[in-house]
Design a protein around this ligand. Sequence first.
Ligand code: NZQ
Ligand code: ZN
Length: 392
Amino acid sequence: MFDFNYFTPTKVVFGKNAESHVAELIKEFGGTKILIHYGGGSVVRSGLLKRVTDILDAAGIGYVTLGGAVPNPHLGLVYEGIELCKKEKVDFLLAVGGGSAIDSAKAIGYGLANEGDVWDFYDYKRTAEGCVPVGVILTIAATGSEMSDSSVITKEEGLVKRGYSSDYGRPKFAIMNPELTMTLPDYQTACGCTDIMMHTMERYFTQGGNMEITDALAEGLLRTVKKNAVILRDNPKDYDARAEVMWAGSLAHNGLTGCGNDGGDWMTHKLEHELGGLYDVAHGAGLAAIWGSWARYVFKNCLPRFKRFALNVMEVENAGSDEDIALRGIEAMEDFYRSINMPTNLRELGVTATEDDLVLMAHKCAVGVGGEMGSARVLNEQDMLNIYRASM
Ligand code: NZQ
Ligand code: ZN
Protein backbone atom coordinates (compact mmCIF):
# COMPACT_ATOMS: atom_id res chain seq x y z
CA MET A 1 0.00 0.00 0.00
CA PHE A 2 1.25 3.47 -0.92
CA ASP A 3 0.60 6.67 1.05
CA PHE A 4 -2.19 8.80 -0.37
CA ASN A 5 -4.10 12.08 -0.14
CA TYR A 6 -7.86 11.93 -0.53
CA PHE A 7 -9.56 15.27 -1.13
CA THR A 8 -13.24 15.36 -2.08
CA PRO A 9 -14.61 18.79 -1.16
CA THR A 10 -17.70 18.58 -3.39
CA LYS A 11 -21.05 18.82 -1.62
CA VAL A 12 -23.38 16.27 -3.21
CA VAL A 13 -27.15 16.80 -3.29
CA PHE A 14 -28.62 13.61 -4.71
CA GLY A 15 -32.15 12.53 -5.58
CA LYS A 16 -35.44 13.45 -7.19
CA ASN A 17 -35.91 17.18 -7.72
CA ALA A 18 -32.43 17.91 -6.31
CA GLU A 19 -32.07 20.82 -8.77
CA SER A 20 -34.64 22.77 -6.74
CA HIS A 21 -31.80 23.50 -4.27
CA VAL A 22 -29.62 25.28 -6.81
CA ALA A 23 -30.16 28.85 -5.56
CA GLU A 24 -29.42 28.06 -1.92
CA LEU A 25 -26.28 26.14 -2.93
CA ILE A 26 -24.99 29.02 -5.05
CA LYS A 27 -25.57 31.40 -2.13
CA GLU A 28 -23.87 28.98 0.28
CA PHE A 29 -20.73 29.10 -1.87
CA GLY A 30 -20.79 32.86 -2.31
CA GLY A 31 -22.05 33.21 -5.88
CA THR A 32 -23.68 36.54 -6.72
CA LYS A 33 -23.43 36.70 -10.52
CA ILE A 34 -23.58 33.42 -12.40
CA LEU A 35 -22.55 32.04 -15.76
CA ILE A 36 -24.85 29.16 -16.65
CA HIS A 37 -22.80 27.04 -19.04
CA TYR A 38 -24.33 24.20 -21.03
CA GLY A 39 -23.91 22.06 -24.13
CA GLY A 40 -25.67 21.68 -27.45
CA GLY A 41 -29.21 22.21 -26.27
CA SER A 42 -30.48 19.06 -24.52
CA VAL A 43 -31.07 21.12 -21.36
CA VAL A 44 -33.12 23.61 -23.39
CA ARG A 45 -35.22 20.84 -24.95
CA SER A 46 -35.78 19.04 -21.64
CA GLY A 47 -36.93 22.25 -19.93
CA LEU A 48 -34.18 21.99 -17.29
CA LEU A 49 -32.53 25.29 -18.22
CA LYS A 50 -35.84 27.15 -17.91
CA ARG A 51 -36.48 25.55 -14.51
CA VAL A 52 -33.03 26.65 -13.33
CA THR A 53 -33.37 30.23 -14.56
CA ASP A 54 -36.84 30.46 -12.98
CA ILE A 55 -35.33 29.38 -9.64
CA LEU A 56 -32.50 31.93 -9.93
CA ASP A 57 -34.97 34.68 -10.93
CA ALA A 58 -37.13 33.89 -7.90
CA ALA A 59 -34.04 34.00 -5.65
CA GLY A 60 -32.86 37.30 -7.10
CA ILE A 61 -29.58 35.84 -8.40
CA GLY A 62 -28.28 37.46 -11.59
CA TYR A 63 -26.96 35.31 -14.42
CA VAL A 64 -25.83 35.15 -18.02
CA THR A 65 -25.97 32.02 -20.17
CA LEU A 66 -23.51 30.46 -22.59
CA GLY A 67 -24.38 27.25 -24.45
CA GLY A 68 -22.45 25.40 -27.11
CA ALA A 69 -20.01 23.18 -25.21
CA VAL A 70 -19.63 20.29 -27.66
CA PRO A 71 -18.54 16.75 -26.74
CA ASN A 72 -14.73 17.04 -26.66
CA PRO A 73 -15.23 20.73 -25.73
CA HIS A 74 -13.31 23.40 -27.62
CA LEU A 75 -10.83 25.95 -26.40
CA GLY A 76 -12.47 28.67 -28.53
CA LEU A 77 -15.65 28.58 -26.43
CA VAL A 78 -13.55 28.68 -23.26
CA TYR A 79 -11.97 31.95 -24.44
CA GLU A 80 -15.44 33.27 -25.29
CA GLY A 81 -16.68 32.33 -21.82
CA ILE A 82 -13.74 34.05 -20.13
CA GLU A 83 -14.42 37.29 -22.00
CA LEU A 84 -18.15 37.13 -21.26
CA CYS A 85 -17.54 36.52 -17.55
CA LYS A 86 -15.06 39.41 -17.31
CA LYS A 87 -17.53 41.74 -19.00
CA GLU A 88 -20.43 40.60 -16.82
CA LYS A 89 -18.39 40.40 -13.59
CA VAL A 90 -19.34 36.75 -13.05
CA ASP A 91 -18.12 35.21 -9.78
CA PHE A 92 -19.63 31.70 -9.98
CA LEU A 93 -19.88 29.16 -12.81
CA LEU A 94 -22.84 26.79 -13.00
CA ALA A 95 -22.39 23.93 -15.46
CA VAL A 96 -25.67 22.31 -16.45
CA GLY A 97 -24.95 19.18 -18.45
CA GLY A 98 -22.29 16.52 -18.78
CA GLY A 99 -18.53 16.29 -18.70
CA SER A 100 -18.15 18.60 -21.67
CA ALA A 101 -20.05 21.52 -20.13
CA ILE A 102 -18.41 20.90 -16.74
CA ASP A 103 -14.87 20.71 -18.17
CA SER A 104 -15.44 23.82 -20.25
CA ALA A 105 -16.71 25.65 -17.12
CA LYS A 106 -13.62 24.56 -15.17
CA ALA A 107 -11.40 25.89 -17.95
CA ILE A 108 -13.27 29.20 -17.92
CA GLY A 109 -12.75 29.26 -14.14
CA TYR A 110 -8.97 28.78 -14.54
CA GLY A 111 -8.87 31.47 -17.21
CA LEU A 112 -10.65 33.94 -14.95
CA ALA A 113 -8.59 33.25 -11.84
CA ASN A 114 -5.16 33.30 -13.54
CA GLU A 115 -3.34 35.72 -15.81
CA GLY A 116 -2.19 34.67 -19.29
CA ASP A 117 -3.36 31.98 -21.71
CA VAL A 118 -5.48 29.27 -20.06
CA TRP A 119 -4.18 26.71 -22.60
CA ASP A 120 -0.80 26.87 -20.84
CA PHE A 121 -2.25 24.66 -18.09
CA TYR A 122 -3.44 22.04 -20.58
CA ASP A 123 -0.11 22.28 -22.35
CA TYR A 124 1.70 21.51 -19.06
CA LYS A 125 3.59 24.81 -19.22
CA ARG A 126 2.52 26.02 -15.75
CA THR A 127 0.02 25.23 -13.01
CA ALA A 128 -3.06 27.17 -11.95
CA GLU A 129 -3.13 29.11 -8.72
CA GLY A 130 -6.88 29.22 -8.41
CA CYS A 131 -10.21 28.69 -10.14
CA VAL A 132 -13.45 30.64 -9.98
CA PRO A 133 -15.89 28.34 -8.11
CA VAL A 134 -17.83 25.85 -10.20
CA GLY A 135 -21.16 24.18 -9.33
CA VAL A 136 -22.79 21.40 -11.35
CA ILE A 137 -26.23 20.14 -12.26
CA LEU A 138 -25.40 16.79 -13.84
CA THR A 139 -27.43 15.40 -16.74
CA ILE A 140 -25.32 12.36 -17.74
CA ALA A 141 -23.57 9.82 -15.54
CA ALA A 142 -20.18 9.30 -17.15
CA THR A 143 -17.01 11.30 -16.58
CA GLY A 144 -17.24 11.97 -12.85
CA SER A 145 -16.15 15.53 -13.61
CA GLU A 146 -18.80 16.65 -11.10
CA MET A 147 -16.39 15.59 -8.33
CA SER A 148 -13.07 15.17 -10.15
CA ASP A 149 -10.04 17.45 -10.30
CA SER A 150 -9.76 17.14 -14.07
CA SER A 151 -10.90 19.00 -17.12
CA VAL A 152 -10.30 17.93 -20.72
CA ILE A 153 -10.24 20.50 -23.52
CA THR A 154 -9.56 20.25 -27.26
CA LYS A 155 -7.55 22.95 -28.99
CA GLU A 156 -9.00 23.30 -32.47
CA GLU A 157 -5.63 24.14 -34.02
CA GLY A 158 -3.91 20.78 -34.48
CA LEU A 159 -6.89 18.98 -32.83
CA VAL A 160 -4.98 18.56 -29.58
CA LYS A 161 -7.05 17.10 -26.72
CA ARG A 162 -5.44 17.50 -23.33
CA GLY A 163 -6.47 17.11 -19.70
CA TYR A 164 -5.48 19.31 -16.78
CA SER A 165 -5.89 18.24 -13.16
CA SER A 166 -5.92 20.53 -10.14
CA ASP A 167 -7.75 20.44 -6.82
CA TYR A 168 -8.76 24.07 -7.49
CA GLY A 169 -11.06 22.78 -10.21
CA ARG A 170 -13.07 20.39 -8.05
CA PRO A 171 -16.69 21.57 -8.09
CA LYS A 172 -18.14 23.14 -4.93
CA PHE A 173 -21.39 21.25 -5.30
CA ALA A 174 -22.87 18.59 -7.53
CA ILE A 175 -26.63 18.31 -7.95
CA MET A 176 -27.48 14.81 -9.07
CA ASN A 177 -31.04 13.88 -9.92
CA PRO A 178 -31.05 10.49 -11.67
CA GLU A 179 -34.32 11.42 -13.40
CA LEU A 180 -32.45 14.09 -15.39
CA THR A 181 -30.53 11.32 -17.17
CA MET A 182 -33.68 9.60 -18.47
CA THR A 183 -33.75 11.70 -21.66
CA LEU A 184 -30.31 10.41 -22.72
CA PRO A 185 -30.00 8.49 -25.99
CA ASP A 186 -29.27 4.81 -25.24
CA TYR A 187 -25.85 5.18 -26.88
CA GLN A 188 -24.83 7.95 -24.46
CA THR A 189 -26.07 5.93 -21.47
CA ALA A 190 -23.87 3.03 -22.57
CA CYS A 191 -20.91 5.36 -23.25
CA GLY A 192 -21.32 6.71 -19.74
CA CYS A 193 -21.34 3.25 -18.14
CA THR A 194 -18.20 2.36 -20.10
CA ASP A 195 -16.39 5.52 -18.96
CA ILE A 196 -17.39 4.97 -15.32
CA MET A 197 -16.05 1.41 -15.34
CA MET A 198 -12.89 2.53 -17.11
CA HIS A 199 -12.12 5.15 -14.46
CA THR A 200 -12.04 2.37 -11.90
CA MET A 201 -10.23 -0.08 -14.18
CA GLU A 202 -7.48 2.47 -14.91
CA ARG A 203 -6.79 2.54 -11.17
CA TYR A 204 -7.18 -1.25 -10.79
CA PHE A 205 -4.65 -2.49 -13.35
CA THR A 206 -1.57 -1.21 -11.55
CA GLN A 207 1.70 -2.54 -10.20
CA GLY A 208 1.63 -2.99 -6.44
CA GLY A 209 0.28 -0.86 -3.63
CA ASN A 210 -3.15 -2.40 -3.74
CA MET A 211 -5.35 -2.30 -0.64
CA GLU A 212 -8.01 -4.86 0.18
CA ILE A 213 -10.58 -2.14 0.93
CA THR A 214 -9.85 -0.28 -2.33
CA ASP A 215 -10.06 -3.50 -4.34
CA ALA A 216 -13.37 -4.41 -2.69
CA LEU A 217 -14.81 -0.97 -3.48
CA ALA A 218 -13.52 -1.12 -7.05
CA GLU A 219 -14.81 -4.62 -7.75
CA GLY A 220 -18.19 -3.84 -6.18
CA LEU A 221 -18.47 -0.68 -8.26
CA LEU A 222 -17.57 -2.52 -11.46
CA ARG A 223 -20.07 -5.32 -10.84
CA THR A 224 -22.78 -2.79 -9.99
CA VAL A 225 -22.31 -0.71 -13.14
CA LYS A 226 -22.04 -3.82 -15.32
CA LYS A 227 -25.34 -5.13 -13.97
CA ASN A 228 -27.21 -1.81 -14.12
CA ALA A 229 -25.92 -0.96 -17.62
CA VAL A 230 -27.80 -4.02 -18.86
CA ILE A 231 -30.91 -3.06 -16.88
CA LEU A 232 -30.80 0.40 -18.50
CA ARG A 233 -30.32 -1.09 -21.96
CA ASP A 234 -33.65 -2.88 -21.47
CA ASN A 235 -35.43 -0.22 -19.40
CA PRO A 236 -33.91 3.28 -19.69
CA LYS A 237 -36.52 4.69 -17.27
CA ASP A 238 -35.48 2.48 -14.33
CA TYR A 239 -34.89 5.05 -11.58
CA ASP A 240 -32.90 2.80 -9.26
CA ALA A 241 -30.57 1.71 -12.05
CA ARG A 242 -30.09 5.35 -13.08
CA ALA A 243 -29.26 6.21 -9.47
CA GLU A 244 -26.79 3.32 -9.04
CA VAL A 245 -24.94 4.32 -12.19
CA MET A 246 -24.98 8.03 -11.37
CA TRP A 247 -23.46 7.61 -7.93
CA ALA A 248 -20.97 5.08 -9.26
CA GLY A 249 -19.87 7.68 -11.81
CA SER A 250 -18.87 10.10 -9.09
CA LEU A 251 -17.18 7.48 -6.90
CA ALA A 252 -15.28 6.08 -9.86
CA HIS A 253 -13.47 9.35 -10.48
CA ASN A 254 -13.31 11.25 -7.19
CA GLY A 255 -10.18 9.36 -6.16
CA LEU A 256 -11.82 6.75 -3.93
CA THR A 257 -10.85 3.73 -6.01
CA GLY A 258 -7.26 4.98 -6.29
CA CYS A 259 -6.49 5.15 -2.57
CA GLY A 260 -3.37 3.16 -1.76
CA ASN A 261 -2.39 2.22 -5.30
CA ASP A 262 0.12 3.98 -7.52
CA GLY A 263 -2.35 6.41 -9.08
CA GLY A 264 -3.37 4.31 -12.02
CA ASP A 265 -2.36 3.27 -15.50
CA TRP A 266 -4.43 5.73 -17.59
CA MET A 267 -3.06 4.64 -20.97
CA THR A 268 -6.48 3.61 -22.35
CA HIS A 269 -7.62 7.16 -21.61
CA LYS A 270 -4.52 8.70 -23.18
CA LEU A 271 -4.94 6.58 -26.31
CA GLU A 272 -8.63 7.51 -26.48
CA HIS A 273 -7.97 11.22 -26.08
CA GLU A 274 -6.11 11.19 -29.39
CA LEU A 275 -9.10 9.48 -31.03
CA GLY A 276 -11.47 12.01 -29.49
CA GLY A 277 -9.32 14.91 -30.65
CA LEU A 278 -8.92 13.65 -34.21
CA TYR A 279 -12.24 11.92 -34.94
CA ASP A 280 -14.55 13.56 -32.42
CA VAL A 281 -15.88 10.21 -31.17
CA ALA A 282 -17.87 9.84 -27.94
CA HIS A 283 -15.34 9.34 -25.13
CA GLY A 284 -16.87 6.16 -23.67
CA ALA A 285 -17.17 4.47 -27.06
CA GLY A 286 -13.56 5.35 -27.86
CA LEU A 287 -12.44 3.73 -24.60
CA ALA A 288 -14.36 0.52 -25.37
CA ALA A 289 -12.82 0.39 -28.86
CA ILE A 290 -9.28 0.59 -27.49
CA TRP A 291 -9.46 -1.34 -24.22
CA GLY A 292 -9.33 -4.92 -25.52
CA SER A 293 -6.24 -4.22 -27.64
CA TRP A 294 -4.56 -2.46 -24.73
CA ALA A 295 -5.47 -5.31 -22.34
CA ARG A 296 -4.10 -8.06 -24.60
CA TYR A 297 -0.91 -6.05 -25.10
CA VAL A 298 -0.20 -5.53 -21.39
CA PHE A 299 -1.88 -8.35 -19.43
CA LYS A 300 1.17 -10.60 -19.05
CA ASN A 301 3.01 -7.74 -17.28
CA CYS A 302 0.17 -7.38 -14.78
CA LEU A 303 -1.11 -10.95 -14.62
CA PRO A 304 -2.26 -11.13 -10.96
CA ARG A 305 -4.53 -8.11 -11.44
CA PHE A 306 -5.98 -9.40 -14.72
CA LYS A 307 -6.64 -12.79 -13.13
CA ARG A 308 -8.32 -11.17 -10.14
CA PHE A 309 -10.43 -8.99 -12.45
CA ALA A 310 -11.50 -12.03 -14.46
CA LEU A 311 -12.61 -13.92 -11.35
CA ASN A 312 -14.05 -11.15 -9.17
CA VAL A 313 -15.56 -8.82 -11.74
CA MET A 314 -16.24 -10.82 -14.89
CA GLU A 315 -16.92 -13.95 -12.79
CA VAL A 316 -15.26 -16.39 -15.22
CA GLU A 317 -14.61 -19.98 -14.17
CA ASN A 318 -11.48 -20.48 -12.04
CA ALA A 319 -9.94 -23.14 -14.28
CA GLY A 320 -6.82 -23.34 -16.43
CA SER A 321 -3.63 -21.33 -16.27
CA ASP A 322 -3.50 -17.77 -14.94
CA GLU A 323 -3.03 -16.53 -18.51
CA ASP A 324 -6.10 -18.49 -19.69
CA ILE A 325 -8.19 -17.01 -16.91
CA ALA A 326 -6.93 -13.49 -17.60
CA LEU A 327 -7.66 -13.80 -21.33
CA ARG A 328 -11.16 -15.13 -20.66
CA GLY A 329 -11.72 -12.10 -18.42
CA ILE A 330 -10.73 -9.77 -21.27
CA GLU A 331 -13.03 -11.65 -23.67
CA ALA A 332 -15.89 -11.46 -21.17
CA MET A 333 -15.40 -7.70 -20.88
CA GLU A 334 -15.57 -7.36 -24.67
CA ASP A 335 -18.74 -9.50 -24.71
CA PHE A 336 -20.18 -7.10 -22.15
CA TYR A 337 -19.33 -4.11 -24.37
CA ARG A 338 -21.07 -5.79 -27.31
CA SER A 339 -24.09 -6.54 -25.12
CA ILE A 340 -24.59 -2.80 -24.50
CA ASN A 341 -23.82 -1.91 -28.13
CA MET A 342 -20.36 -0.51 -27.51
CA PRO A 343 -17.60 -1.04 -30.11
CA THR A 344 -14.61 -3.31 -29.44
CA ASN A 345 -12.36 -1.96 -32.20
CA LEU A 346 -11.88 1.19 -34.29
CA ARG A 347 -13.85 -0.20 -37.22
CA GLU A 348 -16.92 -0.74 -35.04
CA LEU A 349 -16.33 2.76 -33.65
CA GLY A 350 -16.69 4.08 -37.21
CA VAL A 351 -13.08 5.21 -37.51
CA THR A 352 -11.22 4.33 -40.72
CA ALA A 353 -7.69 5.42 -39.92
CA THR A 354 -4.79 5.09 -42.33
CA GLU A 355 -1.37 3.90 -41.19
CA ASP A 356 -0.27 7.56 -41.27
CA ASP A 357 -3.16 8.49 -38.98
CA LEU A 358 -2.15 5.78 -36.49
CA VAL A 359 1.47 6.95 -36.58
CA LEU A 360 0.32 10.54 -35.98
CA MET A 361 -1.92 9.56 -33.05
CA ALA A 362 0.82 7.47 -31.45
CA HIS A 363 3.23 10.37 -31.80
CA LYS A 364 0.80 12.92 -30.35
CA CYS A 365 -0.02 10.54 -27.52
CA ALA A 366 3.65 10.01 -26.70
CA VAL A 367 4.30 13.74 -26.75
CA GLY A 368 1.24 14.30 -24.55
CA VAL A 369 2.47 11.89 -21.87
CA GLY A 370 6.07 13.10 -22.02
CA GLY A 371 7.49 10.07 -23.84
CA GLU A 372 6.16 7.04 -22.00
CA MET A 373 3.54 6.20 -19.43
CA GLY A 374 1.52 3.38 -17.83
CA SER A 375 1.48 1.24 -14.73
CA ALA A 376 0.23 -2.19 -15.81
CA ARG A 377 2.96 -1.82 -18.41
CA VAL A 378 4.93 1.28 -19.31
CA LEU A 379 4.24 2.10 -22.96
CA ASN A 380 6.42 4.06 -25.37
CA GLU A 381 5.48 5.48 -28.76
CA GLN A 382 6.08 2.17 -30.58
CA ASP A 383 3.87 0.34 -28.06
CA MET A 384 1.13 2.93 -28.57
CA LEU A 385 1.32 2.44 -32.33
CA ASN A 386 1.16 -1.34 -31.89
CA ILE A 387 -2.01 -0.99 -29.80
CA TYR A 388 -3.65 1.35 -32.31
CA ARG A 389 -2.79 -1.13 -35.08
CA ALA A 390 -4.25 -4.02 -33.08
CA SER A 391 -7.45 -2.07 -32.51
CA MET A 392 -8.18 -1.64 -36.25
O1 NZQ B 1 -24.64 18.85 -25.58
P1 NZQ B 1 -26.01 18.42 -25.22
O2 NZQ B 1 -27.05 18.94 -26.13
O3 NZQ B 1 -26.32 18.66 -23.76
O4 NZQ B 1 -26.08 16.82 -25.47
C1 NZQ B 1 -25.21 15.93 -24.82
C2 NZQ B 1 -24.11 15.38 -25.73
O5 NZQ B 1 -24.58 15.29 -27.06
C3 NZQ B 1 -25.97 14.69 -24.47
N1 NZQ B 1 -26.67 14.77 -23.20
C4 NZQ B 1 -26.14 15.00 -21.98
N2 NZQ B 1 -27.09 14.90 -21.03
C5 NZQ B 1 -28.26 14.63 -21.68
C6 NZQ B 1 -27.99 14.56 -23.07
N3 NZQ B 1 -28.94 14.29 -23.99
C7 NZQ B 1 -30.19 14.10 -23.54
N4 NZQ B 1 -30.51 14.12 -22.21
C8 NZQ B 1 -29.58 14.37 -21.28
N5 NZQ B 1 -29.92 14.35 -19.97
O6 NZQ B 1 -25.00 13.66 -24.37
C9 NZQ B 1 -23.91 13.98 -25.24
C10 NZQ B 1 -22.62 13.79 -24.47
O7 NZQ B 1 -22.48 14.82 -23.48
P2 NZQ B 1 -21.02 15.13 -22.89
O8 NZQ B 1 -21.15 16.17 -21.84
O9 NZQ B 1 -20.09 15.37 -24.03
O10 NZQ B 1 -20.67 13.70 -22.27
P3 NZQ B 1 -19.69 13.23 -21.17
O11 NZQ B 1 -20.23 13.52 -19.84
O12 NZQ B 1 -19.37 11.83 -21.51
O13 NZQ B 1 -18.37 14.15 -21.34
C11 NZQ B 1 -17.39 13.81 -22.28
C12 NZQ B 1 -16.19 14.72 -22.17
O14 NZQ B 1 -15.58 14.66 -20.86
C13 NZQ B 1 -14.21 14.29 -20.99
C14 NZQ B 1 -14.20 13.47 -22.24
O15 NZQ B 1 -12.92 13.30 -22.77
C15 NZQ B 1 -15.10 14.30 -23.14
O16 NZQ B 1 -14.43 15.41 -23.65
N6 NZQ B 1 -13.74 13.63 -19.76
C16 NZQ B 1 -13.67 14.38 -18.65
C17 NZQ B 1 -13.19 13.87 -17.45
C18 NZQ B 1 -13.10 14.70 -16.23
N7 NZQ B 1 -13.27 16.00 -16.34
O17 NZQ B 1 -12.85 14.21 -15.13
C19 NZQ B 1 -12.70 12.49 -17.35
C20 NZQ B 1 -13.10 11.62 -18.47
O18 NZQ B 1 -12.20 10.55 -18.53
C21 NZQ B 1 -13.19 12.30 -19.81
O19 NZQ B 1 -11.92 12.37 -20.46
ZN1 ZN C 1 -13.04 8.82 -18.96
